[in-house]
Design a protein around this ligand. Structure first.
Ligand code: GCV
Length: 720
């Protein structure tokens, strides 16, 4: 007896002393390790060891596979099938749950629509049963993933009552992937689409990609770069696209393609791509019909037109609406849509770049077909670390509008810097446009609250590549994850999403969660501070957008330089977008205009976006603008050092492989943050002519040193 006790104690000590299983990050947030809390695990075992899950489609089979592999891992026991009455877990569409149907109210069924689901703890035959039900197989798939998430995050399941449905319709990842497998602005290896081996070889990774997307409700994938290659529309590539579409279908993911507006000329041999030309229309109709022969549920097209050298309808004197509608007409009979990007600007237009998209699209409000959705970046320039919300949100009340955010960290330290982007996305989503009165936030506009006729959606530029851990940085996975969760429900908080992600990706240990969640939530602000504090923007190096380049003044286009944006001079710094300057503010509602125009109310975060201010301008803190700017740069770099210390203190909670990966990346992040800080402070000092305030260490090198640095062969420079 004694011996047995000693042996058990020894075993427990041995188990506790075992290093955490090495992980390479490939499993993302779908790890399904045994629930660590033994009492919770036995509760889950008790409730979920017998299940009822009828399967009559590939989609349900996918959901059931996920359930079984998930449960087997989490409760460390393979669950057994049983009839409804003897099951602790019933997962089935509403028509298949027998007497349990009466527990589900008509109103909740109406609420969930075709993609939503209900998870409810009910009492039947003297025991508790978890019911997951929906009207469709897709609802069941999403409900199954949610149930698994509840278990992965250690939630109590004794009295569940969840009624969930997505608040937007099109929740799409945009891949900027080229046929040669480079990825424009991709920092996690090459494209995961192995075009050469498709369609014959379906890499298991495609299925894992689809699982991960479905787990957060993403329902579309634009496979190729918006700077589109016409090859994608050739029969050989359409057959490959079909291979991916077939692989993704069980997971509710439709495929879309980016198309080049000049395809009728370049691929079809026509003399023009004028959208009003009869032959052009016919060419697109034929092409679209051909695509649907391959892929009957093809999603539609994404188009970058008349932007950064891409052809478009304006090349032929036609408007964006005329171009988009021509494609929309071809897709409409098949229920396809056109996602038409509003990311347009032209250096030949002598106006502030921040105003150009609004100027082009505002007059077109109401002129787009029903199956066109205008895709608008979160801010008016280009995915900068911080931008105010785009003035087009709320300005197109009769046009379907979707938000485009960038998951890949083109301007946020590539895949080296730990930047959790949900706070950035939320800043845009929570912004009050006042276009429909107080609280007409971007989120509510995107959800279609003000015009039920419109289609709705969110797009995220993917940060996925062939790196073993998908996104290059273990924490960059959180950006893929939070995008899906926010596209599903823009009202969710960055904190709640980080909490779930950390629990699923690392551990449920509250000491780790509380500490690391705070770091994640602060991480974007850290990066703003060491890159572009106080509303500065677009001061990165012209060379691949890597590192600082506030001195950049000699590009083929003025609107690609840094000096165009910061306008530093002896008098001060910042872009005057008030009525004394470009008056970009006039594009917002009067309430927003006043808020940003008035220096009393304009938050420090947006100061230099909207105002050109003297170096000695007195800030709220009491410091001069110069001193405050320096302070932010130093605070930003110091916060990375702090994050390193925090991470080091958490070693016991993380497996060695991922702990070391993050540790190394943080060391590089710190070096780069210091470089950003020193280069920017030294450069702006040439205008302010003021010293770095006492107490801050002097930069290690002079400005000439930073200006002379060169970084050849940067990632993300996709060859198209
Ligand atoms: C795909 C920025 C990026 C480009 C990108 C463009 C866009 O300018 O640097 O690489 O092109 O945005 O969103 O179209």
């Amino acid at each position: 007896m004694k011996l047995r006790l000693i042996t058990s104690i020894a075993l427990i000590i041995l188990l506790q002393a075992q290093p955490l299983k090495a992980e390479n990050g490939y499993d993302l947030w779908l790890r399904y390790l045994p629930v660590a809390n033994a009492s919770l695990r036995s509760q889950y075992q008790h409730s979920l060891s017998h299940y009822f899950f009828p399967v009559g489609s590939d989609r349900l089979a996918a959901a059931k596979n996920e359930l079984i592999s998930g449960l087997t891992g989490l409760i460390a026991t393979k669950p057994q099938m049983a009839p409804v009455a003897q099951s602790g877990l019933v997962i089935a569409t509403i028509d298949k749950i027998g007497p349990l149907k009466k527990i589900v109210s008509d109103s909740s069924l109406k609420t969930i629509g075709d993609e939503g689901y209900i998870i409810k703890t009910v009492s039947q035959a003297g025991h508790l049963t978890i019911l997951v039900t929906a009207k469709t197989d897709l609802g069941i798939l999403y409900g199954t993933f949610n149930l698994l998430r509840l278990l992965q995050t250690g939630k109590a399941i004794a009295s569940l009552n969840i009624v969930e449905y997505p608040k937007t319709m099109y929740r799409v990842l945009d891949h900027w992937d080229n046929p040669v497998r480079t990825v424009e602005r991709g920092y996690a290896g090459f494209s995961i689409w192995n075009w050469h081996k498709l369609p014959g070889y379906i890499d298991p990774r495609y299925i894992d990609y689809a699982r991960a997307n479905a787990s957060v409700g993403i329902n579309g994938s634009v496979l190729n770069n918006v700077n589109a290659n016409i090859q994608m529309l050739t029969p050989a590539y359409l057959a490959k696209v079909k291979g991916l579409a077939d692989a993704f279908r069980p997971y509710g993911i439709k495929v879309y393609l980016s198309v080049k507006f000049s395809s009728p000329v370049e691929l079809g041999g026509l003399k023009t791509a004028d959208p009003l030309d009869a032959d052009v229309k016919k060419w697109w109709q034929d092409k679209v019909n051909e695509i649907y022969q391959y892929i009957p549920d093809f999603g539609g097209f994404l188009v970058k037109a008349n932007s950064e050298g891409q052809p478009g309808p304006q090349t032929y004197g036609r408007s964006h609406a005329e171009g988009a509608n021509m494609l929309a007409d071809a897709l409409a009979p098949h229920n396809g849509i056109v996602m038409w990007r509003a990311f347009v600007y032209d250096d030949k237009v002598p106006d502030d770049r921040a105003k150009q998209a609004y100027n082009e699209f505002k007059p077109l409000d109401g002129k787009f077909n029903k199956n066109v959705i205008v895709q608008v970046k979160n801010g008016p320039i280009d995915f900068q670390p911080r931008e105010p919300f785009h003035p087009l949100f709320g300005a197109l009340p009769n046009t379907s509008t979707m938000l485009e955010v960038q998951l890949t960290q083109e301007y946020l330290g590539f895949s080296t810097h730990l930047v959790y982007e949900a706070p950035l996305f939320k800043e845009c989503l929570n912004a009050d446009t006042y276009t429909q009165g107080k609280k007409s936030t971007v989120a509510r506009i995107l959800e279609g609250k003000y015009n039920a006729e419109l289609i709705t959606g969110m797009a995220g530029v993917a940060n996925i590549g062939t790196d073993l851990n998908w996104c290059g940085h273990p924490f960059a996975q959180a950006n893929w994850y939070c995008f899906g969760r926010l596209a599903w429900d823009p009202e969710q908080t960055a904190s709640a999403i980080a909490d779930d992600w950390l629990r699923m990706t690392f551990t449920n240990d509250n000491r780790f969660i509380a500490t690391m969640k705070q770091e994640m939530l602060q991480s974007r602000e850290n990066t703003v501070n060491y890159m572009t504090p106080l509303g500065l923007h677009h001061i990165m190096s012209a060379n691949g957008h890597y590192g600082p380049g506030p001195w950049t003044d000699n590009m083929s286009r003025a609107d690609w330089t840094a000096v165009y944006y910061h306008k530093a001079d002896a008098a001060g710094i910042g872009f005057d977008r008030t009525r004394t300057g470009s008056n970009a503010l006039a594009q917002y509602s009067p309430e927003v205009q006043q808020y940003f125009e008035n220096l009393e109310t304009c938050p420090d975060e947006y100061l230099l976006w909207f105002h050109h201010l003297a170096w000695n301008y007195k800030m709220r803190s009491g410091k001069t603008l110069w001193d405050e700017m320096v302070h932010h740069y130093y605070m930003g770099a110091d916060s990375v050092k702090h994050m390193q210390q925090v991470w080091n203190s958490l070693e016991a909670y993380v497996d060695h492989e991922r702990f070391t990966a993050v540790k190394q990346l943080m060391a590089i992040q710190y070096e780069e943050a210091v470089r950003w800080r020193d280069a920017c402070v030294l450069y702006f000092q040439t205008f302010s002519k003021q010293p770095i305030p006492a107490g801050y260490p002097q930069p290690e090198h002079d400005l000439a040193y930073y200006r002379a640095l060169r970084f050849p062969n940067l990632p993300g420079q996709g060859v198209n």
